[in-house]
Write a protein that binds this ligand. Structure first.
Ligand SMILES: Nc1ncnc2c1ncn2[C@@H]1O[C@H](COP(=O)(O)OP(=O)(O)OP(=O)(O)O)[C@@H](O)[C@H]1O
Length: 285
């Protein structure tokens, strides 16, 4: 490499203005956008019982993060706190917006979406109508329920992503268990959720459905920030790109699947007192 090249590179580095770069990254229309979730010192207390005790968590776009831990470790409570369903202290930032203290509907508007352990789709409505409602297309209910020839782009794209295009007109009630979960994920996509928090998305799914869900989450995770609360260790080993292990409201360990598997404190929790719990950590190791 010639000296000329080195000095040109140096020059570029010197010319970079960190504040200008930050502004470009933060601009909503920026194709360089790179979202991340940053949780600091998160604490949730229920009548004197500390369920989440000073949790720090950073999850970047493109990282498929799994939150695991024995029953009662605080996983769902963390998701509740991020989405405004549990009062908390500390700091939760996503896309440059501080979420703590905001009402749940404003957190949704900030681009944060979640699913619950039980899918909450409208069984009597078609797949398309469920997506339409989630998209909040602004149409009145009677219009919303009428069949239409045109499908909005974002809805068509979501149908494609979740693999339900052929079932667009089928009532959601006839969908298989896995397909309902995918529809719910599709509903988050049309809401334009950029942070998806998924609570046990593969619970009760067949092996084939789990595999398809993992592939779906990988596709979504390329564009969005995805956090998965899960007990299914085989699913975790196949699809997690990073793992945070929680225990008694605190972060016990964090890293790649291999790193947390090799962490003696994780093995201790899973083989020790947590061994009888669902998703016992013994399965991790
Ligand atoms: N609304 C509430 N009031 C009082 N205690 C609560 C409440 N919600 C959760 N807890 C307690 O907080 C702790 C953490 O619960 P949480 O549901 O977050 O655990 P988890 O890790 O998601 O467990 P699981 O894997 O069983 O779903 C538990 O001891 C639970 O009993």
């Amino acid at each position: 490499m010639s000296d000329d090249t080195t000095s040109a590179a140096d020059e570029v580095e010197v010319q970079l203005d960190p504040q200008a770069l930050e502004a470009v990254i933060a601009a909503p229309e920026s194709r360089f956008r790179h979202d991340y979730l940053e949780v600091r010192g998160l604490r949730v207390e229920f009548d004197g019982f500390v369920a989440v005790d000073g949790v720090d968590l950073t999850v970047t776009q493109g990282d498929l993060r799994f939150l695991i831990g024995p029953n009662g470790a605080g996983k769902t409570t963390i998701v509740d706190a991020i989405t405004g369903l549990a009062r908390c202290s500390g700091s939760v930032r996503f896309g440059g917006v501080d979420l703590v203290g905001r009402p749940a509907h404003r957190i949704v508007r900030a681009g944060v979406g979640r699913t619950f352990q039980t899918a909450s789709v409208f069984d009597e409505l078609s797949v398309l109508q469920n997506l339409d409602i989630a998209a909040g297309s602004g149409r009145r209910l009677p219009t919303l329920l009428r069949r239409r020839s045109g499908i909005p782009d974002e809805v068509a794209q979501a149908l494609e992503t979740i693999g339900l295009t052929a079932l667009a007109d089928a009532p959601a009630g006839v969908l298989a268990h896995g397909q309902k979960q995918w529809l719910e994920i599709g509903m988050l996509l049309v809401q334009d959720a950029r942070l998806l928090l998924l609570d046990e998305p593969v619970a009760g799914m067949s092996h084939a459905e789990r595999e398809q869900t993992g592939q779906l989450l990988r596709r979504i995770g390329e564009q969005r920030t995805v956090v998965v609360v899960e007990h299914d260790m085989e699913f975790l080993r196949t699809f997690a790109s990073s793992v945070t292990v929680l225990h008694q409201g605190r972060v016990l360990s964090e890293g790649s699947v291999a790193q947390v598997q090799a962490d003696p404190s994780v093995v201790e929790v899973y083989l020790g007192r947590g061994a009888g719990a669902r998703g016992a950590a013994g399965e991790v190791a």
